[in-house]
Design a binder for this molecule. Sequence first.
Ligand code: IFM
Length: 482
Amino acid sequence: MTTNEFRPDASATLRFPAGFRWGTATAAYQIEGAAQEDGRGPSIWDTFSRTPGKVLHGDTGDTAADHYHRMPEDVALLRELGVSDYRFSVAWPRVQPDGRGPASQKGLDFYRRLVDELLDAGIRPVATLYHWDLPQQLETGLPGDSADAAGGGWPRRDTAERFADYTRYVAEALGDRVATWITLNEPWCAAFLGYAAGIHAPGRTDPAAALRAAHHLNLAHGRSVQALRAALPASAEISLTLNLFALRPARDSGADREAVRCVDAVANRLFLDPVFHGRLPEDLVRDTAEVTDWSYVHDGDLEAIATPIDSLGVNYYTPLVVAAGAHTSPSSSRPRSPWPGAAGDVRLPPAPGPRTAMDWPVDAGGLYELLTRLRDELPHTPLLITENGAAYHDYADPEGRVHDPERIAYLHQHLAAVHRAIADGADVRGYFVWSLLDNFEWAYGYSKRFGIVHVDYASQRRTLKDSARWYAAVVARNGVEA
Ligand code: IFM
């Protein structure tokens, strides 16, 4: 059935199209633990989380949810939920401990076991190649590395080529059994939170480096797509996950609309335009003229970045209200603007409404706006919601139950928004809850619980929250209550 034939039924259930993919999502550093096992090398997040003051309570991913040792138990949970798909990420430093050189068989074996376990459970594996755990040595550099004023990591062009090599190793190892591949997760975060705002690894605060990083992440995506196409059967689905922003002007004024344009350029179009149209947003190049000259965009880069993909992954949590004015952020932990080029002219006033434990406003309308924008701008690109979910202060009651009605309400509202977008013509093929398990929430450490499965970190006991049972029922009937 194509989306155009899709008609919501008139019953009390908002039913999704036949074959809709229901999943949950996780990421390697957030759940695996075993940070020093089986030859895994250090990543920039190992280093960053060990740097005093960077992660709340000094938490690290050393143990996380111990998924590396409990993988079969976690796949059994997925089976219990009845999901059709599971999105996980491969840790680059498990496969190439230094980010270059031969692949580690032990590292690849872990993912092979995971994929086999999933396939045995009848669950489709969706592999993300990069969810922020850059091998530390690529950030630090080696004595023999070519001199590069931008330093190491993503501002360095060579990192994109290293990513293509890594892609080849993973594709060779898993290509016969993984049908859906996502090159990068949220390159905006990797570039701008990591290299401009300094609140994610590697913690740099250099707007020019962040723009270079963004270009090289785009290039890494393009090179990775080319490597995947060469290694995988023609039936493979190749995708990219972006955390696109649903932007709203604070007031209906020209100045606020201009502020939205600035943020849209760096947050959304810096990725969408190269990947889908093979060009940089001209207004962004203008806006950032005092920060960078874009000379690191070489001939042929944009063509490589625009190598066609089969679907787009969209991560959505909350909309962003944007106003003209000096930069302030609702988060006092954000020492620098993550919006180079627009830095002096943008404010993010707090949006109204109920909030999650992340202090993010709950507003499913933003997801609908985003999906219908993509329907209009990328009419031939199928969409997957590769992350959506909420953190709340969950705990197990004396009977061992975890009641999380706010999360159920959040998921319900967002699924209704997805349903409405599909009814209005958006080609959304699947939805992945973030996250299967409570996990390491980056700079917030273990203080934020996004899982539909509660993890008691002391015992590593898993408990299905009410939302997990609710989600299993949604999956079983392929729909939510109207
Ligand atoms: O936990 C993260 C995930 O790693 C990337 N997307 C947003 C989630 C919630 O902050």
